[in-house]
Design a protein around this ligand. Structure first.
Ligand code: AOS
Ligand code: ZN
Ligand code: ZN
Length: 388
């Protein structure tokens, strides 16, 4: 098995993008609870995200969401982020909160509505130009609730037409990532329900169009690491939305519900060349903190990803390959489980200190008094956008 020293440098390149909406109040359709200190502006969300990076060194970028993070001057927002020590990352579009999109947006049969949805994405790309963002992330809430309600085939064709127009405006150094989700808010059919549909749609666009895999967007029991392997094999895994779940799209802290699944996913990411500074795979979080403090919740999340990455890097791949070749089922499984069962926390603490970071980032953040300060200063924090 490799030693911790063997993997230390690889850990140094880890970067996890935080979603601005994780810092806003969120909840379910039953209740959105307010948390003291919740940001009131995009700038305050970015300031909180910068705290996560300050104590962990793991989160150098913040994803924004349009219109939740709409401002007059995006170049100034970019400047503000830089002053806080972070950069603006992925721009997320939104076609799910407008009455016009009740029966679809990029798939709508009415051309005027489809054009409006395309125009929104072109505006997002203008924003990316100003913020210096690389990725446009598209998640579509479109679909139908009842058999017979919609012409699924026609919608698929219109989706491709719409994406072609959006992709034509994507710059040379920019990318389009298309997220899939098997249900919700539509319950009968969803227009981009699975990786295969996303793959088919983005493959028809070109090489700067990729798939976004949200770990909460699969049917229970789905072997997500298999999908990770396949998309990496096909060169089309663009990004992750990491979170964890017990039931559906719970958006809980990554690694909380099923740490072993996170480990298995990261093993395939590393195996397929999806980890490291030259990899095309963006690690992002897509989470909501409904009842816990948000900045601390984001710190817990990135630390969970780091811990599981370290364990996955420790996997003895040579020994595993030998056991696999010999069809030694139990030995192969034991090698796999040895890496998963390794407690890397003491070594990670030392590793952080050797790089000028607090050994215990959570403790350091809690001791800093930041949470108490924002709780006292900020009154009337913003809702993330969900659960209204
Ligand atoms: C929705 O279920 C998706 O996970 C989206 O990725 C995400 O939460 C949204 O794009 C935020 O705008
Ligand atoms: Zn997502
Ligand atoms: Zn989701």
């Amino acid at each position: 098995m490799p030693t911790f020293d063997d993997i230390a440098d690889q850990l140094a390149t880890q970067a996890i993008e935080l979603p601005s909406w994780a810092f806003g109040n969120s909840g379910t359709r039953f209740k959105v609870f307010g948390t003291p200190g919740t940001p009131r502006t995009p700038q305050e969300k970015i300031a909180d995200a910068a705290q996560v990076n300050r104590y962990t060194g793991l989160a150098p970028t913040v994803a924004i969401h349009i219109p939740w993070d709409k401002v007059d001057d995006y170049a100034a927002l970019r400047e503000f982020a830089a002053e806080q020590g972070v950069a603006l990352g992925t721009v997320n579009s939104n076609t799910f909160q407008d009455d016009d999109y009740k029966f679809g947006a990029l798939t709508h049969a009415d051309d005027a509505i489809r054009r409006k949805a395309i125009a929104h994405h072109l505006e997002c790309i203008d924003i990316m130009d100003a913020t210096g963002s690389r990725d446009l992330k598209i998640w579509l809430a479109e679909g139908s609730n009842y058999p017979g309600q919609a012409d699924m085939r026609g919608r698929q064709d219109r989706l491709q037409d719409s994406l072609q127009e959006i992709y034509a405006r994507i710059g040379d150094k920019q990318r389009l990532v298309l997220e899939y989700k098997f249900f919700e808010p539509s319950f009968y059919h969803t227009d981009v329900p699975d990786w295969g549909t996303s793959y088919a749609q983005v493959s028809a666009l070109g090489e700067r169009a990729m798939v976004c895999l949200d770990t909460g967007h699969h049917a229970p029991g789905t072997n997500i690491e298999f999908i990770v392997m396949q998309l990496l094999r096909l060169g089309k895994l663009g990004s992750f939305d990491f979170n964890s779940r017990f039931y559906a799209d719970d958006d809980l802290i990554v690694g909380a519900a099923d740490p072993f699944q996170l480990f298995r996913i990261l093993v395939e990411v590393i195996r397929g060349g999806g980890y490291g500074p030259d990899s095309p795979v963006a690690f992002m979080l897509d989470q909501c903190h409904n009842v816990e403090d948000k900045t601390a919740g984001q710190i817990r999340s990135v630390l969970n990803v780091q811990e599981m990455t370290a364990r996955a890097l420790l996997l003895d791949r040579e020994a595993l390959a030998q056991a696999q070749a010999a069809n030694d089922v139990l030995a192969a499984n034991a090698i796999f489980m040895d890496a998963f069962s390794t407690d890397v926390r003491p070594q990670l603490a030392q590793w952080r200190e050797s790089r000028g970071l607090p050994a215990d980032p959570m403790r350091a953040f809690l001791d800093s008094g930041y949470q108490e300060t924002i709780a006292a200063e900020r009154v009337g924090g913003q809702q993330a956008g969900w659960g209204a």
